[in-house]
Design a protein around this ligand. Structure first.
Ligand code: BGC
Length: 433
């Protein structure tokens, strides 16, 4: 939606730059308000580590946390605040949204920090591409999450002599064995973004090239492809495993159900690993990590980034200092150990990571051919397209009478509409370019 305003970017920038009560109240150059959606217990701990490290640098992090998994609420609050001339100094802003805001001329360019710190030398190329817009560094990368992580309960799998499923067929047979033992196979919510996250995992079974056709290029032909039909049918199969027990739960509740042994498996980004630690659980002890079926060689990623709002240049010194600090090896290692993700740096030490993180980092390091940008987490498309795709997949999931072909037709129609705006030009996160 923001992209549509790009032509009036100058006017909008003027609105945002007008002095607001917030900016005058927080005129101290060492105080930065940060808007983000890290509100679960584990996310809070990871954010608090940043708060402390910044305090050591005499920067006061004023917290503006907006609840809602995947930033569903935060994205909307941020838009409202910016339009009201009340932009925070820093905001968790990820994937294609960075380009959308940058196009409006609202973000602080971090080129000085990035070139003095030689970011290009140590960032993975995909990360460098992600934070750049028209060659300018527009955001600070914090960590990489692997969205196609499958967790399984080790004691349960040992007792039933089950191996983690590596393919869809194995996934179905493991689910049948768990059901026969009276265990719910997969912890899953019917919340829209969580359903769509499961769907993108099912699509990735076909490899990153097809995934990109569908979610990055949004090609109508890919929507009509038999592989999309198959992923939609599989989504229904997984829904069937819940035997009508599916509820709209927040992601932390879903993790809780898995932690309490109410389900044998969980497919979720590795932020769930940090939340499992809140239950005293650790990888290779209570649970182990694998990849969603058929995606073992691939990395479905969501990269956390903070962007800085320009407008009140009294904050620039502190904003740049913050940017410098967040990419340092120590902050990257410590933050990601608490957050569940992995460093954005190529020179990170995998020996210091747990087995889930090591698998994530080494897979990501293989490069663009194995990487797939998460549509749900704004890595593949602009926010409006993402919202529409999520809504369509969710509608299909909820309404069991909706035919697969109808969902395909509706997705194709959406894609045609979106592509009118871009004329089929690849969007920012198409790292195949
Ligand atoms: C973010 C994670 C966050 C997760 C759940 C993702 O979009 O990348 O940092 O933990 O959403 O809210």
């Amino acid at each position: 939606m923001l992209a549509a305003w790009a032509c009036s970017g100058g006017a909008l920038a003027a609105v945002v730059q007008a002095p607001s009560p917030l900016s005058s109240a927080s005129s101290s150059s060492a105080s930065l308000q940060v808007l983000h959606w890290w509100t679960s217990a584990s996310e809070r701990k990871a954010a608090d580590l940043l708060v402390e490290r910044l305090r050591d640098e005499r920067i006061d992090w004023q917290d503006a946390a907006i609840p809602g998994g995947a930033g569903i609420g935060a994205g909307k609050v941020l838009k409202g605040r910016v339009l009201a001339g009340d932009a925070p100094e820093a905001a968790q802003m990820i994937g294609v949204s960075i380009a959308e805001w940058a196009d409006l001329g609202l973000l602080l360019e971090l080129d000085n920090v990035a070139s003095a710190g030689n970011w290009q030398r140590f960032l993975f190329p995909a990360i460098d591409a992600l934070i750049r817009h028209r060659k300018h560094a527009m955001a600070v990368p914090l960590g990489i999450h692997r969205v196609n992580t499958l967790y399984y309960n080790r004691a349960l799998f040992a007792r039933l002599r089950l191996a983690p499923p590596q393919s869809w067929a194995e996934f179905e047979s493991v689910a049948a064995r768990l059901q026969a033992a009276g265990v719910q196979p997969l912890a899953q919510s019917s919340e829209a973004w969580q359903v769509a996250a499961l769907f993108e995992n099912l699509v990735l079974d076909n490899g990153p090239a097809f995934y990109r056709e569908l979610f990055v290029r949004r090609s109508p032909a890919a929507a009509f492809d038999a592989r999309t039909a198959e992923a939609l049918r599989r989504l229904r199969v997984v829904k069937g495993w819940s035997r009508g027990q599916l509820e709209e739960r927040g992601w932390t509740d879903v993790v809780g159900r898995f932690a309490r042994g109410q389900a044998g498996m969980l497919i979720m980004g590795d932020w769930a690993k940090a939340e499992l630690a809140e239950y005293g659980q650790a990888p290779d002890r209570e649970y182990a990590c694998a990849a969603a079926p058929g995606t073992g060689r691939y990395h479905l990623y969501s990269v956390d980034t903070l962007a800085m709002f320009a407008g009140d240049y009294r904050h620039q010194g502190a904003q740049e200092k913050m940017a410098r600090l967040l990419v340092t090896p120590a902050v990257q290692a410590d933050f990601n150990a608490l957050k569940g993700g992995v460093p954005v740096r190529r020179d990170a030490d995998p020996a210091r990571m747990d087995s889930c993180a090591r698998a994530s980092w080494t897979t990501f390091a293989r490069g663009a051919a194995v990487q797939a940008p998460s549509m749900v987490h704004r890595m593949a498309t602009d926010e409006a397209s993402r919202d529409a795709i999520i809504a369509e997949v969710h509608r299909f999931f909820l309404d069991e009478r909706a035919p697969v072909e109808q969902a395909q037709r509706r997705l194709a129609a959406l894609f045609r509409l979106f592509n009118l705006g871009t004329q089929g030009v690849p969007v920012a996160q198409d790292t195949d370019r």
